[in-house]
Every structure is written in structure tokens, then in C-alpha cells.
Design a protein around this ligand. Structure first.
Ligand SMILES: [Zn+2]
Length: 162
């Protein structure tokens, strides 16, 4: 077994009222994301990328939204649970790269905090969890401010190789 990669995508609707939680960081915003958990779209995309890399299905299979355990959950706790499931499968996260698509607010001030919180959940150095952000340039559901989306790519490696 060698290095394996996975891709993840997620989107959530924006609704009036916060808080907005992205990459495990709560930020002041007039808009928040709607969902069963804290609707942390960035963390959800990363979770799906990791599960994909590990061949463990997807977030809906691992954490069904019929399971009340995860209602209003902090998605970083789900990420920690994913790290544990990877470990059980003899794998460990090696690197994550993600792009958040959101019209506002600007995320530059929160980027390092997101990298640190996400990396901490995965037992990685923050330099191995890259977070990028882009807007929709006024086009599509992101550009119109109707929602946020995120894409992520993750690499996992067998535990023995670490
Ligand atoms: Zn989600």
C-alpha cells in the first residue's frame, strides 16, 4: 500500500444570523451557514477528501444526519473522529489542501487559526494543511451570496511509513 489521494466537495446555504464557522473558527458575520451540524463547509470538504483517500465512503455514510450525536456538532470533532477511523484502517493523514468559495467576509485574518485548528485535529503540522479562499466574482450561488462551497484534496499514507 502506498500514498492514496481523495477529493472532497461540499456546499451550504447562507442564512441571516451567525455565527459563521469555517475551518473550526467561529467568526463574526451577519450571515451563517445552514445545516445539521455547525455547517462548517470547509471542514466537511476536508473530511470527504480524507474519507475518499482512505476508501471509507463519505461523510453521510460515516456520520448520518439521522444520528442525533452529531446535531449542531463542532465539525472539528467529526474531523477528529475521521482521524481515529483512518488510524483504525492503518492510515494517517499526510497533507490537505482546500479552497473555500465564499463572497464575504474576507478570511485572511482567520486563515492561520483555521490551519492550526484543522491540523491539530489531524495530528499534522499546520504547514501540511493549506487553506485558500476565493470569491464567486458576483456569479453563481457563491457570487450572489446564497451559499458557500469548498473543495479539498487530501493525501493519506500507511501508518508504518510514517
Ligand atoms: Zn456540509
Amino acid at each position: 500500500m502506498s500514498t492514496q489521494t481523495g477529493i472532497g466537495y461540499d456546499s451550504h446555504r447562507l442564512t441571516p444570523g451567525g455565527p459563521l464557522v469555517l475551518g473550526g473558527v467561529r467568526m463574526e458575520s451577519e450571515w451563517g451557514l445552514e445545516g445539521h451540524s455547525d455547517a462548517d463547509v470547509l471542514t466537511h470538504a476536508i473530511i470527504d477528501a480524507l474519507l475518499g483517500a482512505a476508501g471509507l465512503g463519505d461523510i453521510g455514510q460515516q456520520f448520518p444526519d439521522t444520528d442525533e450525536t452529531w446535531r449542531d456538532a463542532d465539525s472539528v470533532e467529526l474531523l477528529e473522529a475521521v482521524a481515529a477511523r483512518l488510524h483504525d484502517a492503518g492510515l494517517a493523514a499526510r497533507h490537505v489542501d482546500a479552497t473555500l468559495m465564499l463572497e464575504a467576509p474576507k478570511l485572511g485574518a482567520h486563515r492561520d487559526a483555521m490551519r492550526e485548528r484543522l491540523a491539530g485535529a489531524l495530528g499534522l503540522d499546520p504547514r501540511h494543511v493549506n487553506v485558500k479562499a476565493t470569491t464567486g466574482e458576483g456569479v453563481g450561488f457563491v457570487g450572489r451570496g446564497e451559499g458557500a462551497a469548498a473543495l479539498a484534496v487530501a493525501t493519506v499514507e500507511p501508518l508504518v511509513a510514517l
